[in-house]
Design a binder for this molecule. Structure first.
Ligand SMILES: Nc1ncnc2c1ncn2[C@@H]1O[C@H](COP(=O)(O)OP(=O)(O)OP(=O)(O)O)[C@@H](O)[C@H]1O
Ligand SMILES: [Mg+2]
Length: 289
């Protein structure tokens, strides 16, 4: 008998606590087989590399973790629809190839960020804490360049970039991290001023030394941290720059389509209104602004 993943019977539920975005997020292993964990609540993640490198695989890991995490809301941008589409039922907002909707959602997110900072100020603090029980709003963008160079008019693309820059710089301390992926590793897509706002940068195979430096940092290829040397036949291999630490090789974990849909269905069931916690319901008003 197969288990209905959307509404599994109560008796078949594994006994386990919900994930939290405040806990480190598992993304793969390093060269020594050690787990690689990221603290995404307080740091943004930029993922880049040539087509087929494994960017969407990593972005999917983040989406799966966020979908399963308690008191966490997803805002998903995917002009290709199929990469983040599985999570459409658990996302507060899903933006496909609709740039105007994307702009409106980004404006609302900035309003939420502003409101949160007013609240943090009133608490006489500078960032949120786990005990605040404020929901974590994770914004995930698969293929940033679609929104900044392809869809819509030049004015809309520029506004998208400006609003995103605002969210990436503001979201960090108020529980609104951004995870963005792009194939296009050039200065017009990722200017240094935007890149440096991402505390985590992950470079999959790049075609040139220059594009590796665009993601990891100027001069790093010369020092030996060069994503153009990554084997293009080994998708999922990447150089991760985490904070002040020099970049190091990782192999990202990988979810198959079956895994992704099973996780998304389970997350949808966990988040069914009858199972929604009081705190997450209480914060729904924020996005209605
Ligand atoms: N961590 C991984 N381990 C093993 N195989 C992987 C991994 N990540 C990706 N792959 C393989 O590489 C293929 C391409 O990966 P993915 O779609 O994530 O690339 P991408 O960088 O997002 O490409 P694009 O720029 O075209 O969107 C996957 O279909 C899968 O077969
Ligand atoms: Mg992709």
């Amino acid at each position: 008998m197969t288990i209905n993943a959307v509404h599994p019977p109560e008796s078949r539920l594994p006994a386990m606590p919900r994930l939290s975005m405040f806990d480190p997020m598992f993304i793969g292993i390093d060269e020594f087989g050690e787990h690689v964990m990221l603290d995404v609540v307080y740091r943004n993640l930029l993922v880049a590399g040539e087509p087929g490198g494994g960017k969407s695989g990593l972005v999917n890991l983040a989406a799966a973790t966020a979908a399963l995490a308690a008191n966490t809301r997803l805002v998903l941008f995917d002009a290709k629809w199929v990469e983040l589409g599985p999570y459409i039922n658990v996302a507060d907002e899903f933006i496909g190839d609709e740039i105007e909707k994307g702009l409106s959602v980004l404006r609302r997110l900035l309003t939420v960020a502003r409101n949160r900072y007013q609240w943090i100020l009133a608490q006489r603090r500078r960032k949120i804490r786990r005990e605040d029980l404020l929901s974590i709003i994770v914004t995930i963008i698969d293929e940033l360049a679609m929104f900044t160079t392809v869809l819509g008019t030049k004015a809309q693309q520029e506004e998208f970039e400006t609003l995103l820059r605002g969210l990436v710089s503001l979201g960090r301390a108020c529980g609104m991290p951004v995870i963005a992926a792009t194939q296009r590793t050039s200065w017009d897509i990722i200017p240094a001023s935007l890149r440096d706002l991402f505390g985590y940068r992950c470079a999959f195979h790049c075609t040139t030394v220059g594009s590796s430096d665009v993601i990891l940092g100027n001069g790093l290829a010369e020092m030996g941290f060069d994503a153009s040397k990554i084997n293009p036949d080994n998708p999922g291999e990447a150089l991760l720059r985490a904070g002040k630490r020099v970049p190091y090789l990782i192999k990202a974990a990988y979810l198959s389509d079956i895994d992704i849909y099973a996780i998304a269905d389970y997350a949808a069931w966990l988040r069914h209104p009858s199972r929604t916690t009081a705190s997450s319901t209480a914060h729904r008003w924020e996005m209605a602004a």
